[in-house]
Design a protein around this ligand. Sequence first.
Ligand SMILES: Cc1cc2nc3c(=O)[nH]c(=O)nc-3n(C[C@H](O)[C@H](O)[C@H](O)COP(=O)(O)OP(=O)(O)OC[C@H]3O[C@@H](n4cnc5c(N)ncnc54)[C@H](O)[C@@H]3O)c2cc1C
Length: 649
Amino acid sequence: MKKKTGVFICHCGINIAGTVDVKKVAKELAKYPGVEHAEDYVYMCSDPGQNLIIQAIKDKKLDNVVVACCSPNLHETTFRNAAKRAGINSFRCEIANIREQCSWVHKDMSKATQKATKIIRSTVERVKKNEALDAISVPVTRRALVVGGGIAGIQASLDLANSGYEVILVERSPSIGGHMIQLSETFPTLDCSQCILTPKMVEVSKHPKIKLMTYSEVQEVTGYVGNFKIKILKKPTYVDPVKCNLCDECTKVCPIVVPNEFDMGLTGRRAIYIPFPQAIPASYTLDDKNCPDLVPIACGKCYDVCKVKAIDYDVKPQIVEEEVGVIILATGYDLYDKENMAEYGYGKYPDVLDGLQFERLLSASGPTMGKVLRPSDHQEPKEVVFIQCSGSRDPELHCAYCSKICCMYTAKHAMLYKHHVHDGQAYIFYIDIRSGGKGYEEFVQRAVEEDGVVFLRGKVSKIFEEKGKIKVWGVDTLSGKSIEIDADMVVLAQATRPSKGAPELAKKLKIALDKDGFLAEAHPKLRPVESVTPGVFLAGAAQAPKDIPEAVAQASGAAAKAIAILSQDRLYHSPTVAKVYRNLCTGCGMCVAVCPYEALTLKEGKVEVNEVLCEGCGTCAATCLRAAVQVKNLSANQVHEMIIASLGG
Ligand SMILES: Cc1cc2nc3c(=O)[nH]c(=O)nc-3n(C[C@H](O)[C@H](O)[C@H](O)COP(=O)(O)OP(=O)(O)OC[C@H]3O[C@@H](n4cnc5c(N)ncnc54)[C@H](O)[C@@H]3O)c2cc1C
């Protein structure tokens, strides 16, 4: 018996109907061989639209469905579910993309209409030969890996753990806390950053469901959603946290001083150190890159002074293997290298700082105990210039994008400076003020009205030192006047960049980066916390510049998405995967080499498919010269029929 196909053409408002004559297309398709029903509707994805499809399948006893609409990325699942509700196998429903691949890229209505007709015809030919497939199912390992222990990773871990799932939280530095723990007070409420973060850090360390692995890094990831296998490198701290009584005698005798990362280099630390007093875990780390005992010239002072014998130079790095069902990446950001900003004198003048250094000066736990003092002479600066967009919004020389948080934190810096130095004057050079957020605009207004901060709309052209002052030359584009300020200190709101090592991690997880190097989401609007790899989610500033409320919200979103997977007994994977015809396969291995998902392997001279890893991209099929590997429901035969159909007038 001949199979009956129904064709449903969506107007997508005017997205498609503005360029494609959808009524004409429906008429043409109604005449096409095998098409039993063709109709158009303004929004096929809406409830009435889906009901039209369901009703037609039932009334006309359709076997196959083609929905001509937007990209299958958006609504393939929607329409396949509708087909299933009407009683047909969901893999007998295919999408003809006449929006992204037709209406959006053409202007001429008659040509676009002709092209849309051809796209749909070829999809009709494809669906005619579709097999009724069943989804592949696999069990789920109900544990999660969170990478990055900043506020985003902390929030995601706590949400997962409080929902009853085991979490392994991997942080590469010796303590969790990320950049938020370095901040003084936080906009827009001016809460003390440590006061709101440290309780969460403690909660992480005490949570029975969270295994915290600091000073550790993910080394290898294999497997797939629901069943990832992870190798984690645990770097040695050389200090046994159980024996160590935090007496601090070791740091007193350590002869090595290196820049203190927590204070952004404004102070030094010893080679054996605790990152900051509230660090979690509260234990010492011996930094083997700087410790003489782990390089030829032996020292051994810390070992000798340690009464409880907590130090052991012979500890080796360890590889820990874990199995998890989902992964959340919360690797955060770094500031744009200041060395790139030679025009602003960074590195040359000690009183030109970046935003995080200024945070440390403002912080009660900082190098100056919260007093704003110049690094050069420890004097209170009376004129401070803040420069926004330092490295941001500068496609020619630096980063093209807006770093988003700088307008707000610079207003905060200027405000807090005035709270510390009442007779001081703060100037802010800005391009525009971007203060979108709850209470944000009011916060910026406060800086102007209550603290008398002078906002200068314009860019700084040059910074140089003269007679003990930092000369700042700029322009105020509102008055059209050149500006020259004799500053005591300059603070650069450096662009935010993806954290170092993010590209390598993305490679291990086979997830994409966006054009600026941040971790890319699967869809900017509809799947903002998912990566393109199923089961891998994104949280916080690793995806794009974000402030704390946004990072926290996204972390909770990522945790919710992860829980949606972990809460299932089995996971279902699309069955439209590669299939090997063993009699045709010569075992040449070309398909194995090109598979981007590492889903193919050679076994006893023939290729085998790991159906759960396979994403059905078809790269293997396109490579095989003998058509020995083909994608289910997109066979060589189907592709042939599709080409013929699209050639017709
Ligand atoms: C000067 C300045 C002031 C700011 N002030 C405010 C403010 O007042 N209010 C506000 O809302 N926001 C503020 N922010 C923004 C705030 O810092 C961020 O929103 C927040 O830190 C983002 O958190 P996160 O967890 O996404 O990233 P991060 O804080 O960067 O944390 C990421 C963590 O991941 C770890 N990591 C990175 N790579 C790896 C890896 N491969 N493996 C394991 N671990 C890894 C890092 O060591 C780090 O601990 C400010 C930012 C700056 C620069």
